[in-house]
Design a protein around this ligand. Sequence first.
Ligand code: ZN
Length: 279
Amino acid sequence: MVGLRRGYREGVLVEGAFGSADGTRLLQVSHISESAPGGVSDDCVVASERFVLVLDGATANGLATGCVHDVPWVVSRLAAQISGRLIADGEAPLADVLAEGIGAVCGLHADTCDLGNPDSPSSTVAMVRHRGAVVDYLVLCDSPIVIEATAGDVRLVRDDAMERLPGQSPEILRDVRNRPGGFWVASTEPEAAKHAVVGSIPAADVRRVAVMTDGVSRLFEWYGWSLGRLLGELADAGPAALVASVREAERRAPVGRFPGKRHDDATVALCTHFDPFGP
Ligand SMILES: [Zn+2]
């Protein structure tokens, strides 16, 4: 099929032909998800020709959750609910998609679990969607997105609410999770979606995007990597090589030098080919 589609080229809104004899080139995504050595992953990644979705389930902290399900159950259901909506409706605002997804997962276990428990299983959410002439993004909690512009500059999209907390003990997190002044995460409150970092940028301005869990962003948060180095290695050597670099940095780091887990689940997706005339 050949038709007309509006798009941006060199920053100018134009109309052009799409669906040529060569076909329309859609978003290309390459990704990897690797558990911490010896562990079971609480991460999840879903990719299509239009979007990529990355989730990082909060590790169980030993406190009673009020939920008969484990973290991977919640993460996988949330991934299914969000990605199903992204496929069915390519125009819905990402925050609405997330709110509906959280609400739908609540419906799956409202009869069996106490959804009012503040330690109910939860997950970060990061997603990027190519929607015609624009690229939409959403970040909730600590799974960031790195965007490289066609002009060369690299920017970080992150939700830093957790960093502003007075501490991150299980007790502190329980008191401020999904509360005003605290931090927001996908769990049992659809309202959390309103607190996500969201935005849209012209597809013509986007060269490549990386979406990751904090098991990978520690490369620039802890180990001194620049955003450009991360994107460069991800694009040139691939997602598996980047995660291998994470493991090497973890092994080299002095014990006790950084807070949190020495090894974490590591998930990263690279998105390229943001054709301003599609999809
Ligand atoms: Zn449950």
